[in-house]
Ligand binder design. Structure first.
Ligand SMILES: [Fe+2]
Ligand SMILES: [Zn+2]
Length: 435
């Protein structure tokens, strides 16, 4: 039954949504092109209404506006931090004078403070009503299935290294690399020198390595030295790592340094786009999707002497952002703790049914991408999205790698976008921070 349903969906296996990278922040064309005198600002008691040329009216609380003033007294232009407390202005503030120019609204407040708000900020920040509905923002993510094997995302090691191509090109190389990680949830790097030192160096081009109870940069053969199945030679089903952390590792990075074959065999790497599987589940079995989005699943790591890990707050398998978009999949059957605490008896039954359904989709030839890694090819995985696993192996298989925090790699990418994209678009970065 599932097979038939999957086949039906195969007509659109890559839900490639390729949007403009730059979303929102710009006034709709009507505001840019028409005479600005069409923008009208009307004080209404403790609120200020702004009527836009397209006839839409937005209202802001005055205290919201003053709180978001980004003059040098209110906002540090270098550190980009708010410089005033909530008690530095009164909730009863009203505009004394208002002026509209071609790009912004200037307000002199009743306490004599002066603020200027660009239209682009007001349009983006509008909440009554919202004018840039976040739900309409295009999604960069390209969901994939087993056919990604035909053309997996890949970048070349040389393009990432300053010594090879110079600072600017190497930084652009990192941006391209992280965009692929962001779009596909993983990316290969070819021609990496087969040495732990060089591997660590290229990983650190992204961000500082995140140390865990396994250490920082790791380099190991299967010897069970750290009390986790990852350190064995047995097959591992597709999973995400560190579900037992309050904040699971953002990137999981692997480099197979050696696996002489023969005598060694096996050890293929398995990747599954959990967002693709989740999107199939939401279409095939919406109830299962909502069960996995609702019930919090405890996880733990208890095999390493001296460490007993579990998240401060247990989380459901599917976590969504403020816009309701899937933002994280946590899926690790091996590290799952005791479920059912504070659930209803019906929840327990629903969870098993939903979890089996999801696992059935993930363990399917349509969803599984198997790749035989070779020394010289680094694999970077977004551990919040793409699950990894491997087949059993024999022989000495030496792997090295590291974790990078989810905020750290996204921050690196955002900073590079700001350097190479926003600046080129001439945006005022004072108003670009804090969203
Ligand atoms: Fe793992
Ligand atoms: Zn100010």
């Amino acid at each position: 039954m599932l097979k038939r349903q999957l086949l039906r969906l195969e007509s659109q296996p890559f839900r490639a949504v390729r949007p403009a990278r730059h979303v929102i922040h710009h006034p709709p064309p009507c505001i840019q092109s028409r005479n600005v005198s069409y923008v009208q600002v009307k004080p209404v008691g403790l609120r200020t209404a702004i009527a836009w040329p397209n006839g839409v009216e937005t209202t802001f609380d005055n205290q919201f506006l003053l709180d978001h003033c980004r003059c040098p007294k209110c906002f540090h232009p270098v550190t980009k931090q708010r410089l005033k407390s909530l008690f530095d202005f009164t909730p009863l503030v009203e505009p004394d004078a208002v002026e509209v120019d071609t790009k912004s609204v200037r307000i002199v407040w009743s306490d004599a403070h002066e603020s200027r708000f660009p239209f682009s900020f007001l349009l983006r920040a509008a909440y009554d009503p919202p004018l840039a509905p976040r739900e309409d923002e295009p999604d960069d993510r390209i969901l994939w299935n087993s056919r990604i094997s035909q053309s997996p995302p890949i970048v070349q090691y040389q393009s990432l290294m300053i010594e090879e191509v110079g600072e600017e090109k190497a930084e652009l190389g990192i941006l391209r690399w992280l965009r692929k990680v962001s779009d596909f949830g993983f990316c290969l790097v070819s021609d990496v020198p087969v040495s732990p030192q060089e591997t660590q160096k290229v990983i650190e081009r992204i961000a500082t390595i995140r140390p865990t109870h396994y250490g920082g940069f790791w380099d190991f053969t299967a010897n069970m030295s750290l009390g986790d199945l990852a350190y064995s030679s047995q097959a591992l089903p597709a999973h995400t790592d560190t579900t037992y952390f309050t904040d699971p590792a953002g990137l999981q990075i692997f480099h197979l340094l050696s696996h002489p074959s023969p005598p060694g065999t096996g050890g293929s790497t398995l990747l599954v786009d959990a967002f693709y599987s989740a999107s199939l589940l939401s279409q095939l079995d919406p109830t299962a999707y909502s069960v996995l989005s609702r019930l919090r699943v405890p996880a733990h790591a208890s095999g390493t002497p001296g460490s007993l890990l579990r998240p401060v707050i247990s989380q459901p398998t599917f976590r969504h952002d403020e816009r309701g978009r899937l933002a994280q999949v946590r899926w690790n059957n091996e590290d799952r703790g005791v479920i059912g605490s504070r659930w209803t008896p019906g929840d327990v039954q629903s969870w098993y049914a939903a979890a089996r359904r999801f696992e059935e989709i993930c363990r399917n030839e349509d969803t599984e991408y198997w790749v035989q890694l070779r020394p010289g090819t680094l694999l970077v995985i977004d551990n919040w999205r793409v699950m990894h696993g491997r087949s059993a192996f024999t022989g000495d298989r030496r792997m090295c790698g590291a974790y990078i925090g989810a905020d750290d790699w996204r921050s690196r990418k955002a900073a590079l976008e700001a350097r190479f994209v926003s600046k080129a678009a001439g945006e005022d970065d004072i108003w670009e921070s804090g969203w």
